[in-house]
Design a protein around this ligand. Structure first.
Ligand SMILES: Nc1ncnc2c1ncn2[C@@H]1O[C@H](COP(=O)(O)OP(=O)(O)OP(=O)(O)O)[C@@H](O)[C@H]1O
Ligand SMILES: [Mg+2]
Length: 278
């Protein structure tokens, strides 16, 4: 449904087709990406298939759930971008700077705001795509548009999230108005706040649960003492391996410094640094 709507709006997307059988996957072209049309998140419900045998296997698994399968071309991308906007019922739209997100095994690991060295024309195109979708579909609140920046310099829409999104968590500390605040302003049809960045760089790194640290709060003393400019957001969820249980934001004038600080803090909270305290 999403792909069809984007197609009608003329938004650039990966080549795609709803496939009814493994044979249709072969006809669509391998390698490709298969996606269940319902219930997927964090890479669950996304399969990279390179052979007919793999396509057969995915069909067996996925069709037992009753969901349809969408085949997509395997996009040769340089990196993944996200264009975040908020729209109010009156039609006001605020567009945050376009960010780069790094996904590992289908899970968002870190976000850099703004996307380093992004061609300004491509940044504007990404923002325009997000504003067009929000306007045409009558979105109220935050819309995140996940994009591929292709190796040959285009942007293609990966998927839409009509809600505050992981790639917008940096806005809590790095922009004048966070995605959560503008989401509420939009729902209340109040004037939206400025989406401008407060600082040159903000890096968000997700804290994923591990077996190493059962109690995340133990991470606070070291993390806060080491970096007085760090912002920590823990969700109060039970820690399970691979589960998103919090994130940290580090902001400042120097990207490398922000990356180091945010990565260190997230690894520390996850218990990945052992007893090492530097
Ligand atoms: N057509 C494609 N070509 C290449 N890589 C892809 C393609 N579609 C998805 N991917 C990769 O798989 C990841 C997960 O896919 P997608 O965002 O569609 O699924 P998801 O599990 O619903 O994610 P989310 O948790 O963001 O909702 C993407 O971030 C991207 O890295
Ligand atoms: Mg996604």
């Amino acid at each position: 449904v999403m792909r069809a709507a984007l197609g009608r709006l003329g938004i650039p997307c990966p080549r795609n087709l709803v496939v009814e059988s493994p044979e249709e996957v072969g006809a669509f072209g391998l390698p490709c990406v298969l996606k269940t049309t319902r219930g997927g998140y964090d890479g669950k419900g996304v399969w990279f298939v390179t052979s007919q045998a793999e396509a057969d296997e995915v069909f067996e698994q996925a069709t037992s759930t009753g969901a349809q399968i969408l085949a997509e071309e395997l996009v040769d991308f340089r990196r993944e971008l996200s264009a975040l906007v908020a729209r109010s019922p009156s039609g006001q739209v605020a567009a945050w700077p376009v960010v780069a997100s790094e996904q590992r095994d289908g899970v968002c690991r870190e976000v850099i705001a703004p996307a380093p060295d992004l061609d300004p024309d491509l940044a504007v195109e990404a923002q325009q795509i997000a504003m067009t979708i929000a306007g045409e579909l009558g979105v109220v609140g935050v819309l995140a548009v996940e994009l591929f920046e292709t190796s040959d310099g285009r942007v293609l829409v990966n998927e839409l999230a009509m809600r505050p999104h992981n790639t917008g968590h940096w806005t809590q500390d790095g922009s004048v108005t966070s995605q959560f605040e503008n989401h509420l302003r939009a729902v209340l049809d109040l004037p939206l706040g400025s989406p401008d960045a407060r600082v040159p760089w903000t890096v968000m790194v997700n804290i994923l649960g591990t077996d190493a640290r059962g109690e995340l709060f133990d991470g606070y003393p070291h993390a806060l003492a080491r970096d007085p400019r760090l912002k920590v957001h823990l969700y109060g969820k039970a820690v399970r391996p691979g589960r998103k249980v919090g994130h940290v934001n580090a902001y400042g004038d120097d990207l490398e410094d922000c990356l180091e600080r945010a990565r260190h803090a997230a690894a520390w909270f996850a218990g990945e640094l052992g007893d090492e305290s530097e």
